[in-house]
Design a protein around this ligand. Sequence first.
Ligand SMILES: NCCCC[C@H](N)C(=O)NCC(=O)O
Length: 453
Amino acid sequence: MKDQNQKKLNDSWGMRWGALAIVAFTMMAAYYVNDVAAPLKTMLESTLGWNSSEFGLFTGAYSFLNVFLLMLIWGGLILDRFGIRFTGKLATILMVVGTAIEYYAMTQMTDATQIVMGYKWNVLVASAGYSLFGVGAEVAGITVTKIIAKWFQGKEMATAMGVQVALARVGSQAAYAVAIPVARAYEITTPILIGLVCLVGGLVAFFAFSVLDKKLDRQLETAVDASPEDKFSFKDVKHIVCNPGFWLIAVLCVLFYSCVFPFQKFASELMITKYQIDENLAGTIAGLPALGALFLTPVFGGMVDKRGKAASIMMLGAAMLIGVHCVYALPFITASWVAIVLMIVLGIAFSLVPSAMWPSVAKIFPVNQLGTAYALIFFIQNIGLWGIPTLIGAVLDGFCVVGTTESGAKLYDYTLPMCIFTGIAILSLIVAFMLKAADRKYGYKLEEANIRK
Ligand SMILES: NCCCC[C@H](N)C(=O)NCC(=O)O
């Protein structure tokens, strides 16, 4: 019989935050790689000859396997069956291999321009790599949430989750800020190579974390680290999909995130061509929402905890998105300061909605259905992360070409794509409004504070 009062590894502040730092580093590298190719859109066009449809296909490929092969669902099952150490390592290996394939396609296959299924062969290989990376990144995302729940149970769990998301945003912002300057100073693929090296570092870090986690398991006397409460279960799926709150949150999630992540992927080019922002700075501006969210998400999270109003906050965030995308769509507003202010407003909306949305899921579903609910919501979210960039790329090529740049890349008028983003934002406001009405009808208590005085 073991001494129940024996101090465990996660009882030490330094140990649990050290463990978080290790896995958060892996996620930071994942978010960096996720975003680093986006600011290079125009350079990919002039250097590798990729058109907007091909860029859209590549960007949407992140979610392709997650959507069409249900990889998030399988990932959830693997996580429950084999635990966080195995799944985390597997997910990180997938990210490394996927990024290596993407890098190979962009460096060694530049001449592979034969058309297969309507796309250049090198585009398809790079997209396959990015798709594999996307499976790893999403599965790593659920795994890390579970790691935090295990290591911070009864401790600073919400803060730890906030810190992890904030550090991931640092990865995104770094990607947007360095991609163009580094690609111009070295090679177009150097920013991706940096990401690959960071991911290998993340893999080593995950192995180091596994040593700590194994030690914690021995102390906890648990052979399998998946606690029954948060296992992925097909029985729960039925309960969850019968709840109207699930559909409203999932649809709001896909609409809201479709207006942010896919928009950011095209935003660097919009900044350069419409607002005449310097190429070296355009990525930094496109990455501003991530930077803003880094500081504001914990602040708004605290507000939701203390004052509630989550449903109203989601409506406010969606309304702000409409304003932002609508002004970006106006062809006669071309001042660079307006573009920058709009990005800051987008950053505020990008902090408001997630800090109200994710805790709301925890109010609608009991703890034992949370893991399954998050996996299903991420699955539906990935449909938008695949479909919207693919659509925007095709719309740019089909309807928006207005000339050619000096470097040979096409020049696009972004009015129509921005109208599409505005339309999606309007739909997200309608759904947020319906969620508030459902909250009143079904008593989810979304408007109530989490912390009672
Ligand atoms: N560009 C990162 C995509 C991450 C998608 C992920 N499923 C997610 O929603 N994460 C939460 C977040 O706010 O980043």
